[in-house]
Design a protein around this ligand. Structure first.
Ligand SMILES: [Cu+2]
Length: 143
């Protein structure tokens, strides 16, 4: 009688052990999560420019980038309590916008990103808040 029960008990244990082993095996074989970062953009030259605004003036009057470049502008507004931005237009008349950065009140640094014009030439940049004081030349060079 005792032997019969013992045998039954073993069968019962092994019956429980099999699903447990399968459970372990399946969890350990789960595939690792892939890093789904997008590939870098299609061959456009990446350019990073730092510009600061201080005492209602840009620290540069001339910016030059290659045609069609992926431009990052690190804009550092150092004027406490004064809003500024960085915007690019086709001409000093500022009627045709190429890029307008968000207005930020200093002191604050913000990154702007945009595509440079694909046509080489002389363009215009300014602060939209101080459009007659804070201006400069945005030059796009050819290949
Ligand atoms: Cu300004």
């Amino acid at each position: 009688m005792k032997g019969y029960l013992g045998k039954y008990f073993l069968v019962l244990i092994s019956g429980l052990a099999i699903p447990l082993l399968i459970g372990c095996a399946s969890s350990s074989s789960s595939t690792p999560v892939q890093d789904s970062k997008a590939p870098p953009s299609s061959g456009a030259q990446a350019v990073t420019i730092s510009i600061s605004a201080k005492n209602i003036a840009f620290d540069t009057k001339n910016i030059t980038v290659p045609a069609g470049a992926d431009v990052t502008v690190i804009f550092d507004n150092q004027d406490s309590g004064i809003p500024h931005n960085f915007a690019v237009y086709t001409t000093p008349a500022a009627t045709s916008l190429i890029f307008r950065g968000d207005v930020v009140t200093g002191p604050k640094t913000i990154p702007y990103n945009f595509m440079a014009p694909t046509t080489p030439g002389t363009y215009f940049f300014r602060c939209d808040i101080h459009p007659t004081i804070m201006t400069g030349t945005f030059t796009v060079t050819g290949p």
